[in-house]
Write a protein that binds this ligand. Structure first.
Ligand SMILES: [Fe+2]
Ligand SMILES: [Fe+2]
Length: 201
């Protein structure tokens, strides 16, 4: 999808002005085109978790990424991004999300994943949609999308405490409304779908 995404981003910003490229975890749909991006945006640096930089990213890009510690903030001029380390949420040892503090937007990665061709932004219930998508995935090869561990609730509660105003959702409609409540409801949906004993085969 690199060509299509590059085309879309170039309508928002001149690619040679792009300074920061970041993502939640090392996975193809998050950062598979990272080297192509670095080739078209020579001013840009990569921002990721410390675990991500050490385990995958530095080797993948052949240079040092900017590795953020939990709670570390970086500013881009108008915006301030706080790095929230969330190991294994949505998945991956290196996982984390960024919270943009001036607009209170949480960049959610795979959290609240919805399927279908949906509107860019909604104020209606995204958790029910996401819960249904998880149930559908459980029936196929994409089952067990999110590991449910003792860290799951801790990570989600940490994000809810930020009291975001908008959830910027990677797969599906973004959400504006009571985001702390949506995160609490997502925890319950994860518990129901991923927190039960696996059926014997
Ligand atoms: Fe993912
Ligand atoms: Fe994804």
């Amino acid at each position: 999808m690199f060509a299509e995404v590059r085309e879309a981003v170039s309508k928002l910003i001149n690619l040679s002005d792009l300074r920061h490229i970041s993502f939640s975890h090392f996975e193809s749909d998050e950062c598979g085109s990272l080297n192509e991006w670095l080739a078209v945006a020579p001013q840009a640096g990569v921002v990721c978790s410390q675990v991500g930089a050490l385990v995958s990213v530095n080797d993948f890009i052949g240079r040092e990424a900017r590795a953020l510690a939990d709670g570390e903030v970086f500013a881009t001029g108008s915006y301030r991004f706080r790095y929230c380390q969330t190991p294994h949420l949505p998945h991956g040892w290196d996982a984390g999300v960024l919270f943009e503090e001036t607009q209170k937007t949480l960049l959610c990665s795979d959290l609240f994943h919805q399927t279908g061709d949906v509107e860019p932004l909604t104020e209606s219930d995204v958790v029910a949609r996401s819960h249904q998508a998880m149930l559908n995935y459980q029936a196929g090869i994409l089952a067990d999308y999110v590991p449910y561990t003792p860290l799951t609730s801790k990570n989600l509660r940490k994000l809810a405490e930020l009291k975001p105003k908008t959830l910027a959702i990677m797969h599906g409609s973004s959400f504006r409304g009571d985001c702390a409540r949506a995160l609490a409801e997502l925890e319950q949906a994860f518990k129901q779908v991923f927190g039960r004993e696996p059926a014997a085969k």
